[in-house]
Design a protein around this ligand. Structure first.
Ligand code: BMA
Length: 312
């Protein structure tokens, strides 16, 4: 495809890198993966897998290079558990994974699809085999949550996106124990009118810690006459006061262009929930769901993202 604009993220030539055909059990689609680089250098994706009832669970896929030769669990790695957690009645979706050194664990913040809409749930794991489930930590209607990797002023911090009548904005809340959340602050509002990020925005992957601040990839949802367009923008937040926005890009930096992003179960959606950063501390692999049907990869650099924010 010939681009009329400079590209910040570059799509991988193997895209889409994972589809339902890669699974050993029957599924409908696989998309919106959380991602981590394990200590041994393995890339682990927690993929959102939609089964053939329409309910989602999470399934781990591991690869040495983060591009191909994925080893995929032969069964759901983290299934919904409606027996113990009735909030997971209609499945679990869109995991964002944060490594939390203080807990010597990974925190998986995901969407629990409750009878009353989506809410935010938390599970901790050390090895992506066994999970300590905390259940729902934010009631519906709320999604697009991620935990910051360390406490801010002694408190854990969770970014999330409650939906209210006037719009859907990014909020941050604080907790002493990961269970009781308060001190709710608005972090960034959707714009209005014709903007690409009018009315509804949400965090995409967990924030990236940089010397300049928390670098955030967020999605904006533009309602059109026929459907919705999911695109990605950038913003930077203060390291010690993460609800304080320092910079926000005007233009989107990534949107549906290729056919696998434009056409699928949900047309015109690119939806990353995770990334890995190479040992150079700069090269970034962003993993995203494309058209709610498959998983794709695009690469960039943190330095280029910060420069882009300065120029846009
Ligand atoms: C959002 C989320 C995502 C999904 C996207 C496009 O609201 O539910 O899981 O990929 O819509 O359908």
């Amino acid at each position: 495809m010939i681009h009329t604009h400079p590209e910040l993220f570059h799509r991988h030539e193997n895209n889409p890198i994972l589809t339902a055909a890669n699974w050993s059990y029957p599924i409908n689609s696989v998309f919106n993966p959380g991602a981590v680089l394990l200590e041994d250098g393995t890339t682990l994706l927690m993929c959102r897998v939609e089964d053939r009832r329409g309910h989602s669970h999470l399934c781990a896929a591991r690869s040495t290079n983060g591009i191909d030769n994925w080893r995929i669990d032969s069964h759901p790695t983290l299934p919904a558990d409606p027996e113990h957690f009735p909030e997971e009645l209609w499945g679990i979706e869109d995991p964002r994974i944060t490594h939390v050194p203080e807990l010597e664990s990974y925190a998986i913040v995901y969407t629990a699809y409750t009878r009353d809409g989506p809410g935010i749930a938390l599970a901790l794991t050390k090895e992506f085999v066994t999970f300590e489930r905390y259940g729902l930590i934010m009631q519906p209607d709320d999604k697009d949550g991620a935990l910051l990797p360390r406490r801010i002023d002694g408190q854990w911090a969770l970014i999330h996106r409650p939906v209210n009548a006037p719009g859907a904005h990014m909020w941050i809340s604080y907790s002493p124990d990961l269970r009781n959340w308060g001190n709710h602050k608005i972090m960034m509002q959707a714009r209005k009118g014709a903007w690409w990020d009018a009315n509804k925005i949400g965090l995409s992957p967990p924030p990236i810690e940089t010397p300049q601040g928390w670098l955030v990839i967020y999605h904006g949802v533009r309602r059109t006459g026929s459907s919705s367009l999911y695109r990605l923008g950038l913003a930077l937040f203060d390291i010690n006061t993460p609800e304080r926005c320092i910079k926000r890009g005007d233009e989107w930096m990534f949107g549906p262009e290729e056919s696998y992003e434009r056409h699928g179960d949900v047309d015109d959606a690119v939806f990353p929930c995770g990334y890995t950063i190479a040992s150079d501390g700069d090269s970034i692999k962003m993993y995203y769901g494309a058209a709610d049907s498959c998983i794709a990869l695009a690469t960039s650099s943190i330095r280029a993202m910060l420069e882009w924010l300065d120029n846009h």
